[in-house]
Design a binder for this molecule. Sequence first.
Ligand code: PEP
Ligand code: MG
Length: 317
Amino acid sequence: KRAEEESERSKPARTVDGHEVAIGANVNRPDQVSFAVAQGGEGVGLMRTEFLFLERGDSPTEDEQYAIYREMIEALGADRPLIVRALDIGGDKQVPHLDLPREENPFLGVRGARLLLRRPDLLEPQLRALYRAAKDGGDLSIMFPMITSVTELLTLREICEGIRAELDAPVVPIGIMIEVPAAAVQAHVLAEHADFFSIGTNDLTQYALAIDRQNPELASEADSLHPAVLRLIAMTVAGAARHDRWVGVCGGIAGDPFGAALLTGLGVSELSMTPRDIPAVKARIRSASLADMTALAAKALEAGTAAEVRALNEEAA
Ligand code: PEP
Ligand code: MG
């Protein structure tokens, strides 16, 4: 029974009409990889590196980071991709030992890419560690959080290229998180310079609906299936298509079976989630056709409210 379950989990997420969706795991530490793979994860779609800084009272050195990225790559094996997200600090992820200036509105302040661009002492050792790790083999990609403008992306790319050349390391795909509405609206511009997109629906929902993602009073209204958010996702997919880039989702809604079906219908081709959510998401994708999911997505985009979108789940069931 156990073996049967395991083999079911390792099967690809292929719709009944043969469309395959890549399934990644959101994993932060090498010791979590084996569980993620056992659940059916085909790689790591999001490694949140801020946890390396949050879990201890100081910042890991370049060498320490290199060792961890290598461990992740080795734990995954040569055929499974690893997407490492550069430090995403600020907003809900405060790192006390960095002593960053207090801000009135941290969610609208110096966070993610904005902080990386202001703190070469944080960005450069991390990029050096990543390119050194890439040099030793594996399927590594780098992803930048909280990108708002093409200027940020171009500057970060230039910094990456400088470090890569200096280390004589291989070219590594550079992707960006789409989690600010401006980035979704300008996806067609960003796609020219990004190798892939991964939509952070947790933050995208927060910024689109102006709802603090941590406010318990508003938790039920912060729904990533709100049609306004879905339209931003559709814009992201359309923008990426202009430059033949793939789009993933690594926010919480990717791990919801109905959300996963809807995202697939919107044209998202990779879903990365908490490992324990993988089996149910794979089962849901295998249970329907891409044509059904595309029809579902078209209806959802026309809905007026998140509740109307969720009602489509009952209809489909
Ligand atoms: C997101 O915003 O959806 C995301 C995946 O990033 P995080 O939750 O780490 O902000
Ligand atoms: Mg985010």
